[in-house]
Design a protein around this ligand. Structure first.
Ligand code: FES
Length: 157
């Protein structure tokens, strides 16, 4: 009989951190698409130097956001011009009405890493404009600054 070792994630371990890009791979006030494990994510470089990550597909009709327009803290979907705050994930302008899921980020050794499998956004039930939550607040733990030296963990938990 064969024996099998089952590896379970250890809380607080680095197992969920995934290398996404280099610090210089995203211009300030821009984003890139990051595909991993069958998922599509968007990674943003905010004007203040922080990095943020959300699901990469619009919550309206699943258009990729990577060709969207970043303006300060917002991403505008290229298909119907719906708008989100990428720091909070909040849906800001119709036709989008469901928030984007967000992910923790960190900078290690000049690389930007995303923590997959653990979303920062609160789950929403249905459309935020139909009785959903309000604007939402910025979760500073979900952002990481480019100035963080190697090993910085601004986005971890
Ligand atoms: S697909 Fe994004 S606003 Fe419609």
């Amino acid at each position: 009989m064969r024996s099998m070792t089952l590896k379970l994630p250890v809380k607080g371990s680095d197992m969920a951190w995934t290398d996404a890009c280099g610090l210089d791979d995203i211009d300030a006030e821009d984003l890139i698409r990051f595909d991993h494990g069958g998922g599509t994510y968007a990674i943003y470089h905010a004007p203040d130097g922080t990095f943020h990550a959300t699901d990469g597909l619009c919550t309206h009709e699943k258009m990729t956001l990577c060709n969207g327009l970043v303006d300060r803290d917002t991403i505008e979907c290229p298909k119907h011009n719906g708008r989100f705050n990428y720091r909070t994930g909040a849906a800001l302008r119709a036709p989008v009405c469901v928030d984007l899921k967000r992910y923790a980020m960190r900078v290690v050794g000049g690389r930007v890493e995303i923590k997959l499998g653990q979303r920062h956004a609160q789950e929403t039930n249905g459309c935020r404009f139909a009785g959903g939550k309000g604007q939402g607040s910025v979760d500073h733990a979900a952002a990481v600054h480019a100035g963080t030296s190697g090993g910085g963990r601004a986005g971890g938990n």
